[in-house]
Design a protein around this ligand. Structure first.
Ligand code: GDP
Ligand code: MG
Length: 382
């Protein structure tokens, strides 16, 4: 366990804690029995005593915590029959200044789902747009928190929040270092890529060159016989935006089977959160399965609460949020982190218990991280 004490370890291996304190003392480290020690220290004791010590990852530990409450995160309940199609969740990535922010703004303005152009929109870290493909209205969820960091932060926590990555490449600048970095993140996350060749309005734009460059990195355009859709766009003039939305839907249909059970307690991921002076902690969450309702008891990372209100990306209050819908949640007792999972649980009591266990663990981990550095230094001094 992370942040465990010698007393915890002593209990697990059936020795008394005092003897473990002594073992460490002989190795030159003074630790009390109840103080939490680092994983490295636990391993050192293990070696000394010929125990094989397995350090459990925080993710596994959290899974065990939820399992102890009979909760499974990340699985749709029921079988095939319970699954319904859900919109893709899209992250926009690319080199700095290639137009990610402007493209996200342009897409939002031109296609706000269910709202008229010019309607009051609110930046909550994600939004949905609607587009017509083959005569059917299809929704797309864009995550518009500063793409790169949010994406990596979420991935680092093992949260898969993105179904498709839009790789923005400025046609006048071509493939740059962060283009490749972004591409590598998408590949590592096993997320299909749609390429938006941006700034094609510029006189020195060379979209063909971009296609050639990315082919070398394994993204072969459909028109060259590959399976990656490239779309020429201009965030400034609006050229190609509808085609880009269509390409996202077609890529989702071709490469992914995006379905979720809308009839279970909601689960998902926190995208953005902050403390609002008037409203308290405000978190934007992406519902990944189930439907989130006003009044639900919710845990988001180490925060918990009862959903007091839900706001959509237009700032309107809504009663519920189905899969792939981003909503702002009011009613949490604390501010969760970007990338923290959220789950709806049976009641407030359970929510509080889970949140408190997590908060305690975070404190211990922080403390152990402090101890760890000291410990290793001391050990190497020997
Ligand atoms: P980001 O760093 O990727 O978010 O890039 P921004 O969206 O901030 O855009 C960087 C600069 O490029 C800004 O000055 C934008 O106005 C400009 N820009 C973005 N898209 C286009 C485009 O399609 N055409 C032209 N001409 N300029 C663009
Ligand atoms: Mg930007």
């Amino acid at each position: 366990a992370r942040g465990a004490s010698l007393t915890d370890l002593a209990e697990k291996i059936g020795v008394d804690a005092a003897s473990l304190v002594q073992v460490l003392f002989h190795l030159g480290e003074m630790v009390t029995a109840t103080q939490s020690v680092s994983d490295a220290t636990l391993q050192v004791i293990g070696n000394e005593l010929n125990y094989d010590i397995e350090v459990v990852s925080p993710e596994d530990e959290d899974r065990e915590l939820l399992e102890s409450f009979d909760i499974e995160f990340g699985e749709d309940e029921g079988g095939e029959a319970e699954l319904a199609p859900r919109p893709p969740a899209v992250t926009v990535m690319g080199h700095v200044d290639h137009g990610k922010t402007k493209l996200l703004d342009a897409l939002r303005k031109s296609n706000v789902a269910g709202g008229e152009a010019g309607g009051i929109t609110q930046h909550i870290g994600a939004y949905q747009v609607a587009t017509e493909v083959d005569g059917t209205e299809r929704k797309i969820t864009f995550i518009d928190t500063p793409g790169h960091e949010a994406f990596t932060a979420m991935r680092a926590r093992g949260a898969k929040s993105t179904d498709i990555a839009v790789l923005v490449v400025a046609a006048d600048d071509g493939v740059m270092p962060q283009t490749i970095e972004a591409l590598n993140h998408a590949i590592a996350a096993d997320v299909p890529v749609v390429v938006a060749v941006n700034k094609v309005d510029k006189p020195d734009a060379d979209p063909t060159k971009v296609r050639g460059q990315l082919t070398e990195y394994g993204l072969v355009p459909e028109e060259y016989g590959g399976d990656t859709m490239f779309v020429d766009v201009s965030a400034t003039t609006g050229q190609g935006l509808d085609e880009l939305l269509e390409a996202i839907v077609l890529t989702a249909d071709a490469a992914l089977d995006l379905r979720a059970n809308p009839d279970m307690d909601a689960q998902g991921v926190a995208i953005e959160a902050h403390l609002d002076k008037g409203r308290g902690p405000v978190a934007t969450v992406l519902v990944q399965r189930g439907t989130l309702h006003v009044g639900d008891s919710i845990v988001a990372g180490p925060a918990y609460g009862r959903v007091r209100a839900l706001l959509n990306d237009l700032g309107e209050t809504v009663d519920e949020a189905p899969p792939s819908m981003p909503v702002q949640v009011l009613g949490l007792t604390a501010v969760p982190g970007a990338g923290d999972s959220f789950i709806v649980v049976e009641d407030d009591r359970m929510a509080r218990q889970i949140a408190e266990r997590r908060a305690a663990r975070l404190r211990m981990a922080a403390q152990a991280a402090g101890t760890r550095r000291k410990t290793l230094d001391q050990l190497f001094e020997q």
